[in-house]
Ligand binder design. Structure first.
Ligand code: HEC
Ligand code: HEC
Ligand code: HEC
Ligand code: HEC
Ligand code: HEC
Length: 132
C-alpha cells in the first residue's frame, strides 16, 4: 500500500520522530507499527481507499508489507543514533520528505558521500568505522 509523507509530515506537520521513534535510540530508524497508525485512524473518518486498506490489514492482524527504499550493502556499518544525536537533520540525508507524496532516495549513499561529510564535520574516516 502507499503512504503519503506530504499529508502527514507536511500538511499535518506530524514530527518525523513521532513515527520513526527508533532513529534517536538505535541504528535503524524503523517504520511505525500499525498501532501507531491506528492511534489516529481508528477515529479519523475517511472513505479514502488507502485508509480502507490500512483498516483491512489491521482487522486481519497482518503487518503492512512496506517496500524498502534505502539500502546499504551488508559490509557497511551505519547508525541513525549517532547522526541524529549530532543534530544532523533527517532532511540533510533524505531531502524534503515532508513535500514528497512518495518517499524517494535523494542522496547517492555511496562511499564518497559519506566520507565528504565526515571530512567536513571532522568525524572519523577510518575504514573500520564504516566497514566490518
Ligand atoms: C505518520 C507516520 C510518519 C511520519 C510522520 C513520517 N514518516 Fe517516514 N515513513 C512512514 C512509513 C509508514 C514509511 C514506510 C512507507 C514508505 O516508504 O513510504 C516511511 C518511510 C520513510 C523513509 C523511507 C524508508 C526506506 O524504505 O528506505 C524515509 C527516508 C522516511 N520515512 C523519512 C521521514 C522523514 C524525514 C519524516 C519527517 C519529515 C517522516 N519520515 C515522517 C511513516 C511516517
Ligand atoms: C498523528 C495522527 C496520524 C497518524 C499517526 C497517522 N495518520 Fe494517516 N492521516 C492523518 C490525517 C490527519 C490524515 C488526513 C485525513 C484527511 O485529510 O481526511 C491522514 C491521511 C491518511 C491517508 C489518506 C491520505 C493519502 O493521500 O494517502 C492514509 C492512507 C493514511 N493516512 C495512512 C496512514 C498510515 C499507514 C499510518 C501509519 C504508518 C498513518 N496514516 C498514521 C493522521 C495520522
Ligand atoms: C547521516 C545521514 C542520515 C540521517 C541524518 C538520517 N538518515 Fe535515515 N537513512 C540513512 C541511510 C544511509 C539509510 C540506509 C540504511 C541502511 O540501509 O542500513 C537510512 C534509512 C532510513 C530509513 C529506512 C529504515 C531504516 O531504519 O533503515 C528510514 C525510515 C529513515 N532512514 C528515516 C530517517 C529519519 C526519520 C531521520 C531523522 C530523524 C533520518 N532517517 C536521518 C541516512 C540518514
Ligand atoms: C551530513 C553528514 C554525514 C553524512 C552524510 C554521513 N555521516 Fe556518518 N557521521 C557524521 C558525524 C558528524 C559523525 C560523528 C557523530 C558524533 O560525533 O557522535 C558521524 C559518525 C558516524 C559513525 C560513528 C563513528 C564512530 O566513531 O563510532 C559511523 C559508523 C558513520 N558515521 C557512518 C556513516 C556512513 C556509512 C555514512 C554514509 C552511508 C555516513 N556516516 C554519512 C556525519 C555524516
Ligand atoms: C564514512 C563511511 C566510510 C568510510 C570511512 C569508508 N567507507 Fe568504504 N564504503 C562506504 C559505503 C557506504 C560503501 C558502499 C557504497 C559504495 O560502494 O560506494 C563503501 C564501499 C566500499 C568498497 C566497495 C566498493 C565497491 O565498488 O564495491 C570498498 C572496497 C571500500 N568501501 C573500502 C574502503 C576503505 C579501504 C576505506 C578506508 C580508506 C573505506 N572504505 C572507508 C563507506 C565508508
Amino acid at each position: 500500500m502507499a503512504f503519503n509523507h506530504k499529508v502527514h509530515a507536511g500538511d499535518y506537520q506530524i514530527p518525523c520522530l513521532y513515527c520513526h521513534t527508533y532513529a534517536r535510540w538505535s541504528p535503524v530508524a524503523g517504520v511505525p507499527s500499525m498501532e501507531r497508525c491506528m492511534g489516529c485512524h481508528a477515529s479519523i473518518e475517511s472513505d479514502h481507499p488507502e485508509i480502507g486498506k490500512l483498516k483491512a490489514y489491521w482487522a486481519r492482524k497482518e503487518p503492512i508489507p512496506w517496500v524498502r527504499v534505502h539500502t546499504l550493502p551488508a559490509f557497511v556499518r551505519f547508525s541513525h543514533k549517532r547522526h541524529v544525536r549530532a543534530d544532523i537533520s533527517c532532511q540533510t540525508c533524505h531531502g524534503p520528505v515532508e513535500r514528497m507524496v512518495r518517499v524517494r532516495q535523494v542522496a547517492s549513499l555511496n562511499m564518497g558521500w559519506c566520507v565528504d561529510c565526515h571530512r567536513q564535520r571532522k568525524a572519523s574516516i577510518d575504514c573500520l568505522v564504516c566497514h566490518y
